[in-house]
Design a protein around this ligand. Structure first.
Ligand code: 2HA
Ligand code: ZN
Length: 270
């Protein structure tokens, strides 16, 4: 059996979490990540027949039955993950139509998966239905995106168009735009279902006055998505109170579509 802490998926997870903490996106226990793993990938590092304990999930997700995830723990600090990954992270397998999680590794202090587990698992179902290669769901609290939800219209088209206008690369990186949820109670199945519904049409979902969810094929892509949106929000927060003299026009956005070969969300450009 190979050493799990040296598995590429584990090394990348710890590096990404540390990087997110260093970006200031994950104060205290803020933020959570889940990574969908292949059984054969896990079996190189763990005896998958050895279940440490069972943890009820409180929801159903039959589409994820038998699937393996690497997830951050509830109440755990991103700051500490690099020093004690086995306490702060867990590898688990969903069973009983997603109603039960079998812990295979980690959460060694008796802990369990993130409080946002419903939003993560329901978002995986939604993204997998759009892209079977989706493996990552990432949540964090980047300051400028959060700030923007206090001062900008939360209409998805308006919010997306503003972000697109803040940096040339934005529309290239997230041509489907960002979806937005109004403030809702976090950690519930309700916000999980609402997030998953929004995840069907975009890889970024803003939680007003809370943070953002990103989804993607790998940790780099997903981190980069949030990083790009957060950069745009930062520019917005620098200029929103100043007279606007220049912008990126819709005509220029169409030039980007041509040049980079993507299609912007229908109806979002003139
Ligand atoms: O895990 O970010 O949304 C802490 C959170 C809850
Ligand atoms: Zn949060």
């Amino acid at each position: 059996m190979k050493e799990l802490l040296k598995a590429p998926f584990m090394v990348e997870m710890v590096r990404t979490i540390t990087n997110m903490y260093n970006h200031g996106w994950d104060e205290r226990n803020g933020g959570n990540i889940s990574v969908l793993l292949d059984e054969c990938e896990v079996a190189e590092y763990l005896d998958v027949t050895r279940v440490i304990r069972n943890i009820p999930t409180g929801f159903e997700a039959p589409e994820l039955d038998g699937k393996y995830f690497l997830v951050t723990g509830t109440g755990k600090y991103f700051k500490n993950v690099q020093y004690e990954p086995e306490v702060n992270l867990g590898v688990l397998r969903l069973t009983d139509a997603g109603k039960n999680a079998e812990l295979l590794w980690g959460f060694t202090d008796g802990g369990k998966f993130t409080s946002e587990f419903p939003a993560h698992m329901m978002s995986h179902v939604a993204r997998l239905s759009v892209n079977p290669h989706n493996r990552i769901v990432m949540h964090c609290h980047p300051a400028n995106l959060l700030a923007m939800t206090y001062v900008h219209d939360l209409d998805e088209k308006a919010f997306t168009r503003t972000l697109w206008q803040m940096c040339t690369e934005c529309i290239v990186v997230f041509p489907e735009g960002v979806n937005v949820l109004p403030w809702m109670l976090c950690g519930t199945n309700e916000i999980g279902e609402a997030t998953a519904e929004k995840m069907k049409t975009a890889r970024l979902v803003v939680w007003a006055q809370h943070g953002i969810y990103g989804a993607g094929q790998d940790l780099d892509e997903t981190f980069g998505l949030i990083e790009t949106a957060e950069k745009a929000a930062e520019i917005y927060m620098k200029i929103a109170h100043l007279p606007l003299v220049n912008t990126i026009t819709d005509k220029q956005m169409h030039e980007l579509e041509q040049r980079f070969g993507f299609t912007a969300r229908e109806g979002y450009l003139d």
